[in-house]
Every structure is written in C-alpha cells, then in structure tokens.
Design a protein around this ligand. Sequence first.
Ligand code: PEP
Ligand code: MN
Length: 360
Amino acid sequence: MFVVMTVGATEAEVLGVKSHILAEGMTPYDHMGAERTVIAVVGEVGPHKEVLAGRLAALPGVETVTPISRPFKLTSREFHPEDTVIRVMDAVVGDGSLTMMAGPCSVESRDQLFETADAVKDAGATILRGGAFKPRTSPYAFQGLGVEALRYLAEARDRTGLPVITEVMEPSQVDIVAEYADILQIGTRNMQNYSLLRDVGRVARPVMLKRGYGATVEEWLMAAEYIVSSGNPNVILCERGIRTFETYTRNTLDLAAVPLLHHLTHLPVIVDPSHATGKRWLVKPLAIGGVAVGADGVMVEVHPSPEDALSDAEQQLTPDGFRDLMATLVPVHQHVRGLHGDPVIGAAGLGLGNGGLAKH
Ligand code: PEP
Ligand code: MN
C-alpha cells in the first residue's frame, strides 16, 4: 500500500507517518510526486493490512491510503506514475529522447575499443558499451580482459565524452566496476542473482537490468524491485530476447514487453536486438521495431571488424552498419514520438485503472 500525503503536509507529518510505518515493522519509501509526497509501505504485512491502513489513514497530513495491487511495489506505476528519467553525464534515459548504447561485445584491446568508440560517437551514440567481464557459455571461450578493459573504457569515456556501460557478473566485482563505469549492467544469466542485485542496489550508479532469458515480465520486475528497494532508484530495463522453440534466431525478441512495461512500471526500457537475434542482418529491422513500439533506446554491438571478434562475431555491426542504423532510427523515433504522445506511452492512456492515483 502507499500513503498519499495532503498537498500542504508538513515535514513533521511525513516523518510521523514514516516512523509509524517503521514501528509496525515495515519499511517506508517516500517519493516526491508533482505536488505531494507519496510513501510506499513495503514488507510482509500479514493479516493486519486493513488495520494498518486504517491507522495510517487517521494520521495527521494523510489524504488517502491506497493498496498496490502488483507484487512489485516501488517499481510499479501505481506508486510512481511519472516516468523515471536517468541522467548520466550528458546522456538522459527515459525523457523521450532516443538513447543509443553501442560498442563492442567484448573490449579486446585499447585500439579496438578506441576505434569503435570514435566511430559510434561520431554516428550519434549516446552511451558506449563494452564487456570487460564476459559471461561465456563455454569456460574455454574468451572471458574478457577484466580490469584492464575497465581502464580502457574509462579512457574511452574521457576521449569521447560518452558515459560507459559494462557488465558486472558477481558481488565481488561491484566496487571495481562502479569505480570505472558510469552504468552497471546485469546480464541475462544473472537476473535472479539476488545478492548481486542487492549489492548493485547500494552503489551510486544507474543499473541496466537485462531480462533473464527464461524470465517472465513479473519475475523481471521483481528483480528490479530488489535493486530499487536496496536504495538505487536508477534502474533501466533491457529486453534482450527470451528463449523459445525457435532456432533460426538466437533468442526471440519480446516486443510486446516494451509497451507492457511502460504500462506496469515507470522505469525506462531499452531493446537489444543484437543478443535477441544473434544475426547482424536482423539487428536493423528489430531495432526499428523496438523504437516503433516505444522503447526509450536501443543497445547494439559494434566492432571494427566483426568477423574477427573474440565474441559474438555474427551479430556485431560494422561502424558503417551502425551509421546506417542511426540514419534509419532517428526519423523513426521522431515519427513514433508524435504517435505515442509525450511521454512515449503514458499510463493514463492505457487504462491502468488505478483510480487511487487520480489526484496526482
Ligand atoms: C552483453 O550485453 O554483453 C551480454 C552478455 O548480454 P546478455 O546478458 O543479454 O546475454
Ligand atoms: Mn555479446
């Protein structure tokens, strides 16, 4: 449930509600809406839910107490109707602009990264990607350059001015990755690694949470809830394809998840057509599809010489391919923004049915 304070509620009244929630053994999370404070009550309420709601409703400064129908609370649109907008250096994610994350699957050398970084920056990328710690299906495959790659990424950020995103695979890597990178990525294989989710929830860096290849949308949002409830509200979701019976493509890109997520959550949504398809020539059509259904951005892999890549050789674009993709996507994005309105897909237009939020 969440408590909606009156417009003129004082700080003391907000504190009063929060301490009452704590005294009941629950955790309060407040969020400043457009004109009033909203406080989520999170924890295991048990059978006393209605009693607690009644007590909270009677406190000074409280306007209403509304249940949150979804199992994910802090990430739900019911609690937080406005889109979450994430700023990292000059990049803004979730404000209606087109976020373009591009770079190699793996950082292989300083030269390879710099060449790619210069090319994607020149073509209009807003965030540079590159894997330092690589989650590989085979233990014999290239595992990434590790900390050496993190240093190259930081140098590439200084060179291009682009913030960098890279994957963190385990709790012991969180501090070092957060020291060098601007955005931490949680890969598909780790979406339900709860100790890792909690740890990235405690750092002052945005986190991009990729969808587990076998995860439902609800499981994915519950994973995001781990990060947000640990203290980090800056979570980006990335649809990167799920495993189905289809074998021509590496995964199946679930495009319906994009408008569905905009309906269920306030967090920004990125699509990754590189890992979703595993095929270079399918990246562009699926990127167009992702932007058309309202994604806040696209992540693609780019390599100066894809056939020589140490990982994901078949799906990486050439720098020319990325330039061509940008030239196509920018007008698609402009056109689609007009169609969806601004913000891209607001909860109101989707019949969220959250009557309790009408006051916001
Ligand atoms: C990646 O983006 O480098 C990656 C390994 O992706 P995923 O976790 O989606 O497979
Ligand atoms: Mn890859």
